[in-house]
Ligand binder design. Structure first.
Ligand code: SF4
Ligand SMILES: [Zn+2]
Length: 357
């Protein structure tokens, strides 16, 4: 498959340029307002060092928009070291209220190759003893979401809430496979959600789906429609929450190559507003819009006058789960024109055969 080969080639070249950082340097954390399952509160985000996402390290080269692998150690990291670094970060915060803890493994927390089982169990046991921690959120590809693994998680975590976030990206199989190079099907995703649902009677477990806004080779209109469609699909199959992640240009990715050649542009922020409003009108599960990179050269962009205002309004609406009121700016007309002309020079050539470089 051309996309996979190209992706692998770009990934290999970026590995060669990568500066190695120690597990300690790769570990970081921050604290921010979020909508917890118990209401508005704070989440601590902790990035733990790992060997890196198995999908990106393998022959596929990983997903076309993701460079998390460059935040990884690329060699196995000792379980005790992962745990120690996690605790160091966690202890930087003086807790006085209920919080959630989001653990980012730059890949799949439930993959024992990336996060050794000993490290995983120790982290979960440690968090189970923290009075103020009410929920723990991790990310995983579907292939690692297994009933016995989840039961093991709860044997350490106890009755705290555990959310597994899965990067579905889109309900469109062609887009996921050919444009994102995700390497799993809708059936794989549905199987994982089914396992999580089946455990709900006995455990405090929830699922979340990440939805990518505007994959490569997708115009503004398609990006909006596909994201809204995917949110409806997620609710239908019983996902508990969804989170939209508009594409930003990560270094060393296929997306970056296309962007540098003028063949890709992240979405307008107006498109993102339309997606979030339509989603909240149509479905009832909580929906979130990640605003990372908004208003920057490599992220969703409107114009200098309204980028920041809209970013703040979206952050606020995530906490309240509210609709975004009609806001005006001169640049809105350009967005409307862009949407209307999206399909004018649309090629009917199958994406597989487009000369990408
Ligand atoms: S998006 Fe997830 S699965 Fe894809 S390469 Fe990045 S970390 Fe791996
Ligand atoms: Zn504007």
């Amino acid at each position: 498959m051309e996309i996979q080969e190209l992706n692998k080639e770009i990934r290999t070249r970026s590995f060669e340029k990568m500066k190695t950082r120690s597990p300690k340097q790769l570990t970081t954390s921050w604290y921010q307002d979020d909508l917890l399952y118990s209401g508005v509160g704070k989440n601590i985000f902790i990035i733990i060092p790992t060997i890196g996402c198995s999908w990106a390290l393998g022959d596929s080269g990983g997903c076309t928009m993701c460079s998390y692998i460059s935040d990884s150690f690329l060699e196995p990291v000792d379980a005790d070291e992962i745990f120690k670094l996690f605790v160091n970060e966690f202890e930087k915060y003086d807790l006085t209220e209920n919080i959630g803890v989001k653990i980012f493994a730059s890949g799949s927390f439930l993959n024992p190759i990336e996060v050794p089982v000993i490290a995983r169990d120790k982290i979960l046991r440690y968090l189970s003893q923290k009075e103020y921690v009410t929920e723990v959120i991790v990310e995983s590809r579907p292939e690692y979401i297994k009933e016995d693994v989840l039961k093991d998680v709860f044997s350490h975590l106890g009755d705290k809430l555990f959310e597994v976030s899965i990067g579905l990206e889109t309900s469109n199989d062609f887009t996921r496979e050919e444009k994102i190079n995700k390497g799993f099907s809708k059936e794989d995703f549905e199987k994982s959600v089914k396992i999580i649902k089946s455990l709900k009677n006995s455990y405090n477990i929830n699922s979340k789906a990440y939805i990518l806004v505007k994959p490569i080779l997708t115009n503004e209109n398609e990006a909006i429609e596909e994201a809204i469609e995917t949110s409806k699909y997620c609710e239908k199959i019983g996902v508990d929450r969804i989170s939209f992640t508009p594409t930003t240009i990560h270094k060393g990715t296929l997306v970056e190559q296309l962007w540098k050649r003028g063949s890709y542009q992240p979405s307008w922020i107006w498109s993102v507003v339309e997606i979030i409003n339509e989603t909240r009108k149509n479905i009832s599960i909580p929906s979130f819009m990640d605003t990372s990179g908004f208003g920057s050269r490599r992220g969703p962009y409107n114009c200098k006058k309204c980028n920041k205002i809209l970013k703040n309004v979206i952050i606020e609406s995530n906490l309240k789960q509210s609709l975004i009121e009609d806001i005006d700016c001169e640049c809105k007309l350009h967005w409307i024109a862009d949407k209307k002309s999206s399909n004018l020079n649309y090629s009917k050539t199958r994406i597989k055969h487009l000369p990408l470089i």
